[in-house]
Design a protein around this ligand. Structure first.
Ligand code: UDP
Ligand code: MG
Length: 238
């Protein structure tokens, strides 16, 4: 049996107040495109009623698939679980908190005609000054040290061909390096501007400590991976 055209993967950790509206907006955009789809929400062991909400929503949204992880393992783990369950040819990722705008999905999908991976760039970023400032520095350092030119690795809204995603072995924190890892797998990557909205409900799961310091260690790891990546072509075979 072949999968749907599109799988939307949404990691959610304590997003009981956003998830319903997030799924309503997402399914209404996807219904308007006319392609087959599934929405796979990965509940990263929320301690609130996120999963109970998902069970309720599923009654009216058969395209919804929901997984619940046993313990909270972080955004990369939740994405990985989603990628393994996703059956669509193109996988779209976004956050559960409505900061990404599902209205951008058709634009991302259109760009997958030409590219394997399409990453959103948050144009009018609606986070506080400290977050915006630290992201700017982090993007700059990350690009320098990994010899990259990705403008906004923190934007979760992306569309990626599944054939490239299934090749990845993710580690904790690696969601910030997905474009780089996918390029290493040979994907043709582009970036397009997307909308960004303030978080109105629930709380951010990140702060300077768990973003900056961990990010630096992850950066060193990815730099090493890039340098030691094995590239070769078989020239002849008899
Ligand atoms: N998230 C998750 N597990 C975690 C932390 C975050 O699944 O341990 C999800 C979270 O629910 C949200 C997305 O990852 O859907 C991004 O998190 P958040 O909005 O807190 O990040 P920010 O937008 O503040 O960078
Ligand atoms: Mg957010």
């Amino acid at each position: 049996m072949s999968g749907p055209d599109i799988s939307v993967v949404i990691p959610a950790y304590n997003e009981e107040d956003s998830i319903e509206e997030c799924l309503r907006q997402t399914s209404s955009v996807l219904d308007s495109i006319g392609l087959s789809y599934e929405i796979c929400v990965v509940d990263d062991a929320s301690s609130d009623r996120t999963f109970a909400r998902l069970k309720g929503i599923r009654k009216n949204l058969p395209q919804l698939r929901a997984l619940r992880l046993r313990t909270n393992r972080g955004q990369s783990a939740a994405l990985d679980a989603g990628f393994r369950h996703a059956a669509g040819n193109v996988v779209v990722t976004m956050d559960a908190d409505l900061q990404n705008d599902p209205a951008d999905i058709p634009k991302l999908l259109a760009a997958t005609e030409e590219y394997d991976v399409v990453c959103g760039v948050r144009k009018n970023r609606r986070d506080n000054l400290v977050r915006r400032g630290s992201s700017r520095i982090a993007n700059c350092v990350r690009n320098r040290l990994t010899n990259e030119n990705i403008q906004d690795v923190g934007c979760s809204l992306r569309a990626m061909k599944r054939e490239f995603l299934v090749r990845l072995k993710l580690y904790d924190g690696m969601h910030r390096f997905l474009p780089t890892l996918l390029k290493m797998e040979g994907a043709k990557v582009t970036e397009i501007p997307v909308n960004h909205r303030p978080r109105r409900r629930g709380k951010t799961k990140y702060n300077i400590r768990n973003r900056l310091f961990r990010g630096v260690r992850d950066l060193i790891a990815v730099r090493w991976m890039r340098r030691r990546w094995i590239r070769y072509e078989v020239e002849e075979e008899i």
